[in-house]
Write a protein that binds this ligand. Structure first.
Ligand SMILES: *Cc1c(COP(=O)(O)O)cnc(C)c1O
Length: 411
């Protein structure tokens, strides 16, 4: 098969999701393939945040907590995210960072399985998850069982009634490989263990149903496929059936049933409200809330269909160009999230060389070049352009320019 740019343009011309791109601020000439790390800026966000700063904060001040719905925002935005991940209203709330929420939910989940001594995770899980799992295990005197990535089926065979909690990322941050969230959750439940899923690379891009998968606990990221802006607050999900038993370890005043009673003793709020610790970061939260408008009238099934079409197209274009790179991402569409990763030991330099050509992806140690394909704003021509630049960079070896080996703090 020879794929040319006209084929890509033809796919864009019939793309039912094409109109959504108009909802974003897109820098001229940029091919942005890093929406899995920081989603693009939706139109209207700057105005909404400016209104909160100038009018609500500047003029209405403290009254805004009531009059402008600031206090209700964590639940309100949580309910909107719930509708994107197949959860019920009242099961999701927005607060803190993903890392902090991982800690809160893991602690709570482990405490719900007293007498059990093991947390299960996998080798390739995201570093924050790994470190926090280790910290929770140490704090509670548990041990961590680390499954080899790619061998989760074996790990599920080994599950037993010593396992309190199993915690995985839904998508592998390096390869984009997905776990079968329903099958893994059900295997854990079969031995009485609870599950805690990290949805950082799947919320806002997959047609998830946490209800159908019977998930216990989950966290996700506000600034990746949800486009909430740098450092946007995270969300956490607690299945309704666990909410009354769930003891969140960071017992701050805003998780209290009656924060303004200022009582001496902590009494958790009923429901998901107890997952909150302190005062919400309103400016970030408002940015996230405004950003979610891009999902209006867009079905997650359509988002997923476009994601599959884009990732398939990228894999086809790469094969067509004979790049000679190994694809780290599963070739079977339903087994992958929304990025395509190629392996190369000089991946860092290659990504920098692409950057100089206006193609933004990222590099993850040790050899992963990640190209994220957000279905809301990525076009098929962007994919074609990116792969043809990648082909040029590899053929001309322009990545060998020493300028491309200089590492910033963030890679
Ligand atoms: C991006 C990401 C996070 C981010 O955590 P922060 O607390 O926002 O820094 C967590 N987990 C996974 C799997 C991620 O990809």
């Amino acid at each position: 098969m020879r794929v040319n740019r006209f084929d890509a343009a033809a796919l864009d011309a019939v793309d039912p999701m094409a109109f959504v791109r108009e909802r974003f601020v897109i820098p001229e000439g940029l091919v942005y393939l890093d929406g899995n790390s920081l989603g693009m800026l939706p139109k209207g966000v700057a105005e909404r945040v400016e209104d909160v700063i100038r009018r609500q904060w500047g003029n209405d001040l403290i009254r805004s907590w009531n009059t402008h719905g600031w206090m209700d925002a964590p639940r309100r935005v949580g309910d909107r995210i719930a509708s994107l991940i197949g959860a019920q209203a009242g099961e999701v709330i927005v607060a803190d960072s993903t890392s902090v929420n991982i800690y809160k939910l893991l602690m709570a989940a482990c405490r719900m399985r007293p007498g059990r001594s093991v947390i299960v995770t996998e080798e390739g899980n995201f570093p924050s998850d790994r470190y926090l799992i280790a910290s929770v295990a140490e704090g509670l005197g548990l041990t961590v069982r680390v499954a080899k990535t790619g061998h989760i089926a074996d790990a599920l065979q080994d599950l037993d009634d010593r396992v309190a909690v199993a915690s995985f990322s839904h998508a592998d941050y390096r390869t984009g490989a997905l776990h079968d969230i329903k099958a893994v959750t059900s295997a854990c439940h079969a031995v009485g263990a609870l599950t805690m899923w990290d949805l950082a690379h799947t919320a806002g891009v997959l047609d998830l149903s946490l209800t159908d998968a019977n998930v216990d606990f989950a966290v996700g990221c506000g600034y990746k496929f949800l486009n909430g802006g740098p450092g946007a607050p995270s969300f956490l999900y607690v299945a309704e059936r666990h909410q009354a038993m769930f003891e969140q370890p960071l017992t701050g005043w805003l998780g209290h049933a009656k924060p303004f009673a200022m009582s001496e003793v902590y009494e958790p709020s009923a429901g998901i409200g107890r997952a909150v610790v302190g005062t919400p970061s309103m400016l970030s939260l408002v940015a996230l809330e405004a950003a979610l408008d891009v999902f209006d009238g867009v079905s997650m099934a359509a988002v997923r269909a476009k994601s599959i079409a884009l990732t398939d197209f990228m894999i086809d274009c790469a094969a067509d160009q004979n790049l000679g790179l190994s694809v780290a991402t599963p070739l079977v569409a339903r087994e992958r999230s929304s990025h395509v990763s190629f392996r190369h030991l000089n991946g860092f330099e290659i990504v920098q060389a692409l950057f100089a050509r206006g193609v933004v992806g990222d590099f993850r140690e040790p050899d992963i070049m990640r190209l994220g394909l957000s279905p809301l704003y990525t076009r098929f021509v962007d994919v074609w352009d990116a792969v043809s630049h990648l082909g040029d960079v590899l053929r001309t070896e322009s990545w060998r320019d020493p300028a491309y080996s200089i590492r910033g703090t963030v890679t």
